[in-house]
Design a protein around this ligand. Structure first.
Ligand code: HEM
Length: 550
C-alpha cells in the first residue's frame, strides 16, 4: 500500500478514535439537500457552481503533505481544548486538511441540528479497522457499534425495543439498585482502607468496576463480582482484556496491515484481548441461554412483559447467537467508562459547590426520607436531574462527535465533499459564553423548567441525536441517577485540597486516575434494599414512568 494511502488510513482511524465515542464511533451523515438556513452565495462559487467550496473556509495553516496533523499529535490528550482553540481562532466552521483528508469542524447548535436531522435511514459509522478485522478473522459479525446498513438496523431494532422504551428501561431499577447497594458498601470499604480522611484513591477505577457490574447485571442478569474484595479471576481477566484491547487499538492505528502481517506484539496482544473478552461474554450468554432454554421454546418476544434483556433478545429470533455475542460485547464497551467518568465528574462538581450539594441533599432527604429510590421517584427529584444535565454540559464524555460524509451536501452555502469528515464540537458549544451565561460555572439552575428552553435544543447532546444515538441512554441515566442519590444519602462530599482535576481526552473525556473528593460518612446507612424492594413485574403496572427514564 503506498505510504500516502497508509497515512490517510491512519488519519481516519486516529480521528475516529479521538473524535468519537471512546472505542466507538462516528456516524455517517448524508443529505443532498441545500440547507434550509443561510444564503447560497451566488458569488465566490467555483466553476459555475453557486456554492463555495471547503477551500473557501478559514482554517489553520497547512504544512505540505501532513497538513495540520502535527497539532493533533502534540495535543492528542487535549483534543477538546484544541477544538476550543481552533474555533475561537477560525469561527464556527473551519476546514483543515490532515494529509489528503478534508475535515470540516462545526461548532454551532443550529448546524448540529441541520446535520443530525438530515441523516440517512442507515447511518454508517467508520470504526477502528482492527475491530471488524478481528471479527472477520474469528467469523463473527460486527456488533451494534460497528454494523452497517440492514444488519445495523436489525440489531438496533431488537436492542432498542428493550432498552429504549421508557417504561421498560425504568424496570431495570431493581437490578441497578442491587449493584448500587454493593457499590456503597465497597466505597465505605475503600475509603477506610485508604486511611486518607475519607478519600477514595483511584475513584475512577472503583467507579469503572461499578459500571461494568451494573451493565453486566442489566444485560446478562449476571453479577461479575467486581465490587467484591477479591475479584474473581474471570472478571479480572475481562477488565484487563478491555484495557489491553483499548490500548492496542490505538497502537494499531498506524500500519495495521503490516502489524498483522508481521504479527507484532501489539497485534498479538490485541487479538488475545478480544479473544478473552469474547470468551467471557460467550460464557455469560451461553450460561443464561442454557438456563432459559426450556422457556425459550415457547416464548415469543414481548418486551412489554418486562422480560430480561437476553431472554427478550433470544426470543426475537432476529439475531443469531454469534451476532448476539458480538452485540453484547459492544454494549459492554459502550456502557462502562462513559457512565463511570460521568459519575466521577458529578462527585467532583458537587464537592466543590457546597451550596448546590446542599440543595440536592435537601431534595433527596425530603423526597425519599431515607429510603432507597426507584425509577418512579426520579421525576420528583428535579434538582438531581439538573445536576446530571449540568455535569454533562461541563464534562461531556464524548466532547467531539463526528460524521463521515458519504454523499456531498451543502452546509451554510459550502459544498461539503464526499469522504470528508464532519467534526461536531459539542464541548466547544457547551463551554461557550455565546450559548451559556458564565459557561464555565456549574449552575444546575440554568436547567430550571422556566429557563431551560432559552438554550437551543441541540446545545447539549450528551448521547448524540437521532437514529444512531446512544442506545443505552435510558439505562445510563437511570444508573447515574440512582447511584448519585445513594452517594448523596450516604456521604457528604468535600474537595480534597492539593489535587487538581485535570481531565484528559483520549477517546472519551476522562477525569484522570484520581478524583480529589473526600467522602464523609453521613452515618445514615441507606444501603439496605429490603425495606422497599420492588419487583420486575412493576413494568406491567399502568404507571407513567416515561419521565422517570428521561
Ligand atoms: C453516561 C453514559 C453514556 C454516554 C454519555 C453515552 C454516549 C454515547 C454517544 C455520544 C454515542 C454516539 C451517539 C452518536 O454518534 O450520535 C453512544 C453510542 C452508543 N452507546 Fe452510549 N453512552 C453512555 C452509556 C451507554 C450504555 C450504558 C450503553 C449500553 C448499555 C451504551 C451503548 C452504546 C452503543 C451500543 C452505542 C452505539 C449505538 C449505535 O451505533 O446504534 N452507552 N453513546
Amino acid at each position: 500500500m503506498p505510504l500516502r494511502k497508509l497515512f490517510r488510513k491512519f488519519y481516519l482511524e486516529y480521528h475516529q478514535r479521538h473524535a468519537c465515542l471512546s472505542t466507538v464511533d462516528s456516524t455517517t451523515s448524508t443529505t443532498d439537500k441545500a440547507p434550509t438556513g443561510g444564503p447560497v452565495p451566488q458569488e465566490g462559487g467555483h466553476q459555475g457552481s453557486p456554492y463555495r467550496t471547503v477551500d473557501d473556509l478559514p482554517g489553520p495553516r497547512r504544512f505540505p503533505f501532513i497538513g495540520t496533523l502535527l497539532s493533533w499529535f502534540i495535543k492528542r490528550e487535549e483534543l477538546h481544548l484544541l477544538s476550543v482553540e481552533k474555533h475561537s481562532k477560525y469561527g464556527k466552521m473551519y476546514c483543515e486538511k490532515l494529509l489528503d483528508m478534508t475535515q470540516v469542524a462545526v461548532s454551532d447548535p443550529k448546524l448540529f441540528e441541520e446535520i443530525l436531522r438530515n441523516e440517512p435511514k442507515f447511518p454508517t459509522r467508520p470504526c477502528y479497522p482492527s475491530w471488524p478485522r478481528y471479527r472477520e478473522l474469528r467469523g463473527y459479525n460486527r456488533g451494534l457499534l460497528t454494523a452497517e446498513g440492514d444488519d445495523w438496523f436489525r440489531f438496533r431494532k431488537a436492542v432498542g425495543k428493550r432498552l429504549l422504551k421508557p417504561q421498560l428501561a425504568a424496570s431495570f431499577d431493581v437490578v441497578i439498585n442491587e449493584v448500587v447497594d454493593d457499590m456503597i458498601k465497597h466505597m465505605r470499604h475503600m475509603r477506610e482502607k485508604a486511611g486518607k480522611d475519607g478519600v477514595i484513591m483511584q475513584l475512577p477505577f472503583e467507579m469503572y468496576k461499578w459500571s461494568i457490574e451494573s451493565v453486566s447485571k442489566v444485560l446478562f442478569e449476571k453479577r461479575l463480582g467486581c465490587l467484591q474484595t477479591e475479584i474473581p479471576a474471570m472478571t479480572q481477566k475481562f477488565i484487563d482484556n478491555v484495557n489491553t484491547m483499548l490500548v492496542t487499538s490505538e497502537r494499531l492505528f498506524v500500519l495495521m496491515e503490516l502489524q498483522e502481517k508481521y504479527q507484532t506484539k501489539w497485534w498479538r496482544d490485541h487479538i488475545r484481548a478480544w479473544d478473552g473478552m469474547f470468551d467471557v461474554v460467550r460464557h455469560l450468554v451461553d450460561t443464561r441461554v442454557a438456563e432459559i432454554a426450556d422457556k425459550l421454546e415457547n416464548t415469543t418476544p414481548d418486551a412489554d412483559e418486562g422480560m430480561d434483556f437476553l431472554t427478550y433478545l433470544m426470543a426475537t429470533r432476529s439475531m443469531d447467537i454469534k451476532e448476539i455475542h458480538s452485540t453484547m460485547v459492544d454494549l459492554m464497551i459502550g456502557g462502562v467508562d462513559t457512565a463511570s467518568n460521568t459519575i466521577c465528574f458529578a462527585c467532583h462538581l458537587l464537592a466543590n459547590h457546597p451550596e448546590e450539594q446542599r440543595k440536592l441533599v435537601q431534595e433527596v432527604d425530603s423526597v425519599l426520607k431515607g429510603r432507597v429510590a426507584t425509577a418512579e421517584d426520579i421525576p420528583n427529584l428535579p434538582v438531581l436531574k439538573k445536576v446530571v444535565k449540568e455535569t454533562f454540559r461541563l464534562y461531556p464524555v464524548v466532547p467531539i462527535n463526528a460524521r463521515m460524509v458519504t454523499e456531498e451536501f451543502v452546509l451554510e452555502g459550502y459544498l461539503i465533499p464526499k469522504d470528508s469528515l464532519l467534526a461536531l464540537g459539542f464541548y466547544n458549544v457547551q463551554r461557550s459564553d455565546e450559548y451559556f451565561e458564565r459557561a464555565n460555572d456549574f449552575i444546575p439552575d440554568r436547567w430550571d423548567r422556566e429557563t431551560a428552553h432559552d438554550h437551543h435544543a441541540f446545545s447539549v447532546l450528551p448521547f448524540g441525536y437521532g437514529v444512531r444515538s446512544c442506545v443505552g441512554r435510558r439505562v445510563a441515566l437511570l444508573e447515574l441517577h440512582l447511584a448519585l442519590i445513594r452517594i448523596i444519602q450516604n456521604f457528604r462530599l468535600e474537595p480534597y485540597d492539593g489535587f487538581p482535576l485535570v481531565p484528559t481526552c483520549r477517546g472519551v473525556l476522562s477525569p484522570g486516575q484520581e478524583v480529589p473528593v473526600r467522602f464523609i460518612d453521613r452515618g445514615l446507612g441507606v444501603t439496605d434494599l429490603k425495606d422497599n424492594h420492588v419487583t420486575t413485574q412493576k413494568a406491567k403496572q399502568p404507571m407513567n414512568l416515561t419521565a422517570a427514564a428521561q
